[in-house]
Design a binder for this molecule. Structure first.
Ligand SMILES: NC(=O)c1ccc[n+]([C@@H]2O[C@H](COP(=O)([O-])OP(=O)(O)OC[C@H]3O[C@@H](n4cnc5c(N)ncnc54)[C@H](OP(=O)(O)O)[C@@H]3O)[C@@H](O)[C@H]2O)c1
Length: 321
């Protein structure tokens, strides 16, 4: 029996891996063993994944010292797929379930035919959209959802300014804030102003040609996806008691405090309850992922280079099946 275990051939899969930090040339398509789930994990057959800035920040070594990053590493921290195998302690999910998730970014990711994920980070995918659309949702959707509602405490009738409204996170943030009943202002470049309005923004500001701080004031919440100067200038539009929630480093905490503004950065968490709520909104037709480009797994380099350019409209998806 023991002998059989060692001679039994482990199933193999295609995966993109990096063996060193660097530009997109370090992404290699390889043939590696399919991972095995632990008792509290599931093995997901990946149908699609999507590209997020963390993918290239991790690839180029930008997260060294912030996360435990091992090499070789498979990038990609979005998945929509089907459960192939559930660990023995997993009670709520079973083989054949169609699921989506944002797996743990300290572990091998989803630019692969299979990925192992903690069952506690997985939810059933929205039923009304195919896997290649569902894969665009978890990381960006959770970031927008938790930023606006958990950290931002956005309430109906409040005014929210969303920076980067045409990006991966921003396209979800506009739709969530509108669904909540907020007055939504979004920044984007001139070519995307109509686009962010079509997502639900009441007002769109061209960040290249206009200074948002000259146009709006008395804002309840700024949702910052840009950092730096944008984050600093955002303090000028908030009312005292307002909140500035950033997906990046909160760089101006002392200045915020002096103006009685709450400034906070956060790392989105893969909370299955949030994923379930988002799936319901998608299935109810309230929220739609916007996908500008779709690549195949072998084209991961092109997909990352497009995202890294910093002007992607909505999400970039990588189809695996
Ligand atoms: N903390 C977390 O858990 C978390 C999670 C997800 C993402 N993030 C971070 O959040 C940031 C945004 O992520 P993402 O996925 O939305 O990125 P993305 O899809 O690459 O967003 C790019 C968007 O930013 C817009 N943009 C560029 N410069 C701008 C400016 N000065 N003002 C307003 N908009 C500007 C671009 O608009 P135009 O094309 O119109 O120029 C583009 O649509 C990234 O830095 C990412 O690392 C953090």
């Amino acid at each position: 029996m023991i002998c059989m275990h060692f001679t039994e051939k482990r199933k193999r899969m295609k995966a993109i891996r990096i063996h060193e930090f660097g530009n997109a040339d370090v992404l290699k398509l390889e043939d590696i063993p399919v991972p095995t789930p632990a008792a509290d994990e599931v093995l997901i057959k990946v149908y699609a994944t999507s590209v997020n800035p963390i993918d290239w920040k991790m690839r180029n070594g930008g997260y060294k010292g912030k996360f435990t990053v091992h090499l070789p590493l498979t990038p990609g921290w979005d998945v929509s797929g089907v459960i192939e195998q559930a660990g023995e302690d997993v009670k709520n999910l079973r083989k054949g379930d169609e699921v989506y998730s944002r797996p743990d970014p300290t572990r091998d990711g989803t630019y692969a035919e299979y990925v192992v994920v903690k069952a506690a980070q997985v939810a059933l995918k929205p039923k009304s959209i195919p896997h290649d659309q569902a894969a665009a949702v978890p990381l960006a959707g959770l970031t927008a959802w938790q930023g606006l509602f958990q950290h931002g405490q956005l309430q109906p009738g409040q005014k929210v300014l969303i920076h980067g409204g045409s990006g991966g996170v921003g396209t979800f943030a506009i739709q969530f804030a509108k669904w909540k009943g907020a007055y939504v202002i979004a920044t984007a470049s001139g070519k995307n102003l109509d686009f962010v309005k079509s997502l639900g923004a009441d007002k769109a500001i061209d960040y290249k040609d206009e200074k948002f701080e000259d146009i709006i004031k008395h804002i309840d919440l700024v949702f910052d996806t840009q950092g730096g100067d944008t984050q600093k200038r955002s303090l000028e539009v908030l009312k005292p008691g307002g909140r500035l929630i950033t997906t990046l480093m909160p760089q101006y905490k002392a200045e915020a405090e002096a103006k009685s503004i709450h400034m906070e950065g956060y790392m989105a968490q893969s909370d299955p309850k949030d994923l379930e709520q988002i799936a319901k909104l998608v299935d109810d037709g309230k929220i739609k992922p916007y996908i500008s480009h779709t690549f195949m797994l072998a084209e991961a380099k092109d997909a990352q280079e497009m995202g890294e350019h910093g002007h992607a409209k909505g999400k970039i998806v990588i189809k695996v099946v």
